[in-house]
Design a binder for this molecule. Structure first.
Ligand SMILES: NC(=O)c1ccc[n+]([C@@H]2O[C@H](COP(=O)([O-])OP(=O)(O)OC[C@H]3O[C@@H](n4cnc5c(N)ncnc54)[C@H](OP(=O)(O)O)[C@@H]3O)[C@@H](O)[C@H]2O)c1
Length: 429
């Protein structure tokens, strides 16, 4: 192979190590598919003395980003340092220096992707970000290319492995939230500070990226309604199971009458739904296209080798484009600015668990308050009665959020209602 493409790697942590390992073990396949040799010329790290999980020539390591980004021989920059401050600065400078950029950084792409893609276009270059959502699962390329003939009306994803691991442990092992989180941290599926995962932020960033492509519209983090999984009670998982539902943290994007609705929240889905069977740290994206019908992508949403697999696939694409002198590869089409539909305007069914004084007339009072706001009940069950307190679980039919919220306010005002314990949206299909 005559041509060798020189690459600069920013970061040699979990994903960077996976990239190096794949380039070593699959070198023949990768270079044959790319149509050129690949040389990692320099690697940016914070601490060159650190023990690494891959063998690397110490001469390749540097702590000076500009030595890589401004090297005229380097044609491709792979950004794997994470965060948004330095990563933004380095990617911007790389594009200004007319490098092709590959990144696995969902925070960066969700917050600054639009601006960086514009700069890339101006410089005749492109940014590749397959690894930013779903780790090793191909999602970005299918949305951009393979499903390009479709109008996508809805997508629902389990796109955060940490929360899916915790909910799986709670559901299968009857572990409580704190124990499931501790196990996730011990096994490396949750960070020491898991806030971004538990609070739904990570999933919301990823939803911005997916929804932008699926609905061909610019989507910002502030456009997403976000609720996390903190404090989820084992009892709800158990009751949901009895009623034929599974609790998952879902990222949901819908296009409704030309507007788009985006939300991340714990959701009850029928236990027969394909997403209900997505267990442990795995991720999945389910979507509906008007030509293809229902499609689901499933697999490992993180990890050194799976995420490295997506990064190296991007590298193959970049090199093919360089070889064919396609300057900027295939850019996104022009994005629209579609209207954002606020959550209050959406309709859902709801699951509610509450505690009431165990006395006659409570069911009737609840039913009347709901009926006043045109909320009809699908199921209402008294689960148990302890020391004069009844635990009641109910599921409504599909209703506008606004109506449900009004009914909820009335219910809270009933003297017999002692506490609303939990509230989840239910998606039936
Ligand atoms: N881990 C996953 O499974 C996964 C999955 C999908 C996407 N991602 C994304 O991939 C990116 C990388 O994640 P990771 O898990 O590989 O991170 P990581 O293990 O923390 O590795 C980060 C690497 O970047 C280097 N680094 C960080 N900040 C730096 C700075 N300011 N200057 C120089 N070097 C710096 C670190 O150097 P030292 O080694 O010297 O400390 C380390 O080698 C993130 O955007 C993440 O969201 C990760």
């Amino acid at each position: 192979m005559e041509r060798v493409i020189k690459v600069g790697l920013l970061g040699l942590g979990t994903v960077g190590s996976g990239v190096l390992r794949i380039l070593e073990i699959n070198n023949k396949e990768v270079t044959r598919r790319a149509g050129a040799g690949i040389e990692i010329k320099k690697i940016l790290v914070r601490d060159p003395g650190k023990k690494r999980s891959v063998q690397v020539d110490p001469k390749l390591l540097t702590t000076d980003p500009w030595e890589i980004i401004r090297d005229p021989e380097i044609e491709v920059i792979i950004e794997l340092i994470g965060g948004t401050k330095e990563a933004h600065l380095y990617v911007e400078e790389a594009l200004k220096n007319e490098k092709y950029v590959i990144t696995a950084n969902k925070d960066l792409m969700a917050l600054a992707g639009a601006e960086l893609l514009l700069l890339a276009g101006q410089k005749g270059r492109n940014i590749y970000y397959e690894a930013s959502v779903g780790g090793g699962i191909p999602l970005i390329r299918p949305l951009k290319h393979s499903l390009g003939a479709n109008k996508i009306t809805r997508l629902m994803g389990i796109i955060n492995g940490t929360t899916n691991y915790i909910l799986t442990r709670m559901s299968l092992d009857k572990a409580d939230f704190a124990a499931a989180l501790k196990e996730a941290q011990e096994k490396g599926f949750a960070e020491q500070d898991p806030s971004s995962d538990l609070d739904g932020k990570d999933a919301a960033y990823k939803l911005c990226i997916l929804a932008g492509l699926a609905f061909n519209s610019r989507v910002r983090y502030e456009n997403v309604y976000v609720e996390g999984i903190r404090g989820i009670n084992l009892r709800d998982i158990f009751y949901a199971g009895e009623l034929g539902f599974t609790l998952k943290l879902l990222a949901i994007g819908e296009e409704i009458n030309g507007g788009i609705a985006l939300r991340v929240h714990p959701t009850l889905i029928p236990s027969t739904h394909p997403l209900a069977g997505v267990l442990d740290e795995n991720n999945a994206l389910y979507l509906v296209g008007n030509a293809v019908g229902e499609v689901m992508f499933y697999g490992p949403g993180a990890g050194s080798m799976p995420t490295g697999s997506s990064v190296v696939a991007d590298l193959i694409d970049v090199i093919r484009n360089i070889n064919h002198q396609v300057e900027n590869g295939i850019m996104e089409t022009d994005f629209l600015e579609k209207r954002i539909i606020p959550i209050e305007m959406l309709s859902s069914a709801f699951y509610l668990r509450l505690e009431a004084v165990d006395q006659p007339g409570v069911f009737a009072g609840l039913a009347n308050a709901f009926a006043d706001e045109a909320v009809s009940l699908d199921r209402i069950i008294q689960k148990r009665s302890v020391q004069g307190k009844a635990e009641i679980v109910l599921i409504t039919h599909v209703v506008e959020e606004r109506s449900f919220n009004r009914a909820l306010e009335k219910i809270k005002a009933f003297p017999a209602i002692e506490r609303i314990n939990s509230l989840f949206r239910v998606v039936e299909s």
